[in-house]
Design a protein around this ligand. Structure first.
Ligand code: DHK
Length: 143
């Protein structure tokens, strides 16, 4: 059966391409979605790509992944630094979890240096821009 990859994106990532391009790059959210879907298709994966500005909705989707996904890639955006709820939901999953940040959060403000997601992630990619999503998908090919 094809591997089902759930790719979750947190708040404000829908604004990519128009938001702080010097930090997050010039690729639009739609372009990143299209690239993720193509990369998944090329590897024979089924891709479910979502974005929400709401913490509870992200928690609901993570809970659903228990039955509907084989791996999760997540850019929790600002919730990386605040959400125990997303941390707790992710730790219930028995599957690879890859955390992605477009920017290098460790080069930025101190409040971005800690991520509640990193301690439950299988791996973390940050600072490589949109390519981080592609690399995360490719990493799942070896799982
Ligand atoms: C995206 C955000 O929106 C920020 O809140 C995070 C992350 C970093 C990113 O680099 O993709 O601090």
């Amino acid at each position: 059966m094809a591997k089902r990859v759930l790719i979750l994106n947190g708040p404000n990532l829908n604004l990519l391409g128009t938001r702080e391009k010097s930090v997050y790059g010039s690729k639009s959210f739609a372009e990143i979605e299209a690239t993720c879907k193509k990369t998944c298709a090329d590897l024979g994966f089924v891709c479910d790509f979502r974005q929400s500005n709401h913490e509870g909705e992200l928690v609901d989707w993570i809970q659903s992944a228990r039955k509907t996904a084989d791996a999760v890639i997540i850019n929790p955006a600002a919730y990386s630094h605040t959400s125990v709820a997303i941390h707790d939901a992710l730790r219930t999953l028995e599957m690879p979890i890859i955390e992605v940040h477009l920017s290098n959060i460790h080069q930025r403000e101190a409040f971005r240096h800690h991520s509640y997601v990193s301690t439950v992630a299988t791996g973390v990619i940050c600072g490589l821009g949109a390519k981080g999503y592609t690399l995360a998908i490719q990493a799942l090919a070896d799982e």
